[in-house]
Write a protein that binds this ligand. Structure first.
Ligand code: NAD
Ligand code: TYD
Length: 339
């Protein structure tokens, strides 16, 4: 079994590669990644010399190169994590989101049609459903919830999902889609809420909370997401969408306060800043389908997962120090400088 994992030098893709190499030591895993600002080759150092692992630096939008790789590797399964993934960046410059997230997905699926695969899996997000109101805690996203996007990021992911379903219907391509809630865990790029707050708190820097910090996200430990994808690519039904989430809704401000407590830092570091444009209020997944069909349930409780995550950042300072000492500084200044 050969699996091409795109975007494997990023947060979830790298965790997925580690999980799969351990769980299925007889599989060959080929990681295709462009190494954008969010991709980090040092993340993959622990597996780089494994005989059944190969890393290829490549852009999923580069049709010729992608076809060449498929010709060479003849993959059985493709799991597409490669994407521009940060909402704030999509608000600043949407175009690269459309290129990578939509056109890149089309190139990968065209390669799958041309060379034949048993499964193309699209890693999508709960953000395609838009948001839910704070005063209706009884509402959750199911797979039937209409697509209703808010940001250029979520719109590009929704477009890719529609394209996947169209390739299934039109060309009979064996696709599946998973839509997961917010992940947290090791190797999370420090532009996202949890790692940004950990890294800033460790430097005694202000903790920039958007708006009033009341927005709610449904947090899932990254390994639980990886386990769910492993189940879907093997046993999930073709042409189907599976929601992934663990009923762990938390307001941003509560997460930030928790991180302060865990790191023994004062809440006076919290700084309320101008809200994100179009900011989604609440995400909440109903995971009944994946539970009933595939037996998936999250295994890591938030209390345990956040401790594991904080410990990981404390013991991997060189990983994130290297990131924040580079071009990240310019990004941070642009995003938070005048806020
Ligand atoms: P990430 O930004 O950490 O990693 C993205 C990876 O894709 C990077 O390694 C980057 O180099 C690579 N990449 C970007 N453009 C590429 C291109 N054109 N060609 C090849 N590689 C390219 O993202 P992540 O948080 O690991 O998210 C992975 C996937 O999961 C994304 O599709 C995202 O939409 C989805 N998702 C993320 C979350 C979350 O909470 N992070 C939740 C649900 C779904
Ligand atoms: P983020 O990690 O960017 O994920 P997403 O927007 O895809 O859910 O943000 C999570 C939440 O945290 C979101 O409501 C925006 C908020 N947030 C802040 O308040 N401050 C920050 O500096 C960041 C990056 C996010």
């Amino acid at each position: 079994m050969t699996i091409i994992v795109t975007g494997g030098a990023g947060f979830i893709g790298s965790n997925f590669i580690f999980y799969m190499l351990k769980k299925h030591p007889d599989y060959r895993i080929v990681c295709l990644d462009k190494l954008t600002y969010a991709g980090n080759l040092s993340t993959l150092a622990p597996v780089m010399n494994e005989p059944n692992f190969r890393f290829v630096k490549m852009d999923i939008c580069d049709r010729q190169a992608v076809y060449g790789l498929f010709e060479e590797e003849k993959p059985d399964i493709v799991v597409n994590f490669a994407a521009e993934s940060h909402v704030d960046r999509s608000i600043e410059s949407p175009e690269i989101f459309l290129q990578t997230n939509i056109l890149g997905t089309a190139v990968l699926m065209d390669a799958c049609r041309k060379y034949g695969i048993t499964r193309y899996h699209q890693v999508s997000t709960d953000e395609v459903y838009g948001d839910l109101p704070l005063d209706r805690p009884d509402l959750f996203f199911t797979e039937e919830t209409p697509i209703h996007t808010s940001s250029p990021y979520s719109s590009s992911k929704a477009s890719a999902d529609l394209l996947c379903l169209a390739y299934h219907r039109t060309y009979d391509l064996p696709v599946s889609i998973s839509r997961c809630s917010n992940n947290y865990g090791p190797y999370h790029f420090p532009e996202k809420l949890i790692p940004l707050m950990i890294v800033n708190a460790l430097h005694d820097k202000p903790l920039p909370v958007y708006g009033q910090g009341l927005n709610v996200r449904d947090w899932l430990y990254v390994e639980d997401h990886c386990k769910a994808i492993d189940l879907v690519i093997h046993d999930g039904r073709i042409g189907e969408v599976y929601n992934i989430g663990g009923h762990n809704e938390m307001a941003n401000i509560d997460i930030v306060k928790l991180i302060c407590r865990k790191l023994n830092k004062p809440e006076s570091l919290i700084t309320y800043v101008t809200d994100r444009k179009g900011h989604d209020m609440r995400y909440a997944i109903d995971p009944t389908k994946i539970h009933n069909e595939l037996g998936w349930l999250p295994e890591t409780k938030f209390a345990e997962g956040i401790d594991l995550t904080i410990d990981w950042y404390l013991s991997h300072e060189s990983w994130w120090e290297e990131i924040i000492s580079g071009d990240y500084q310019n990004y941070y200044q642009r995003m938070y400088g005048g806020r």
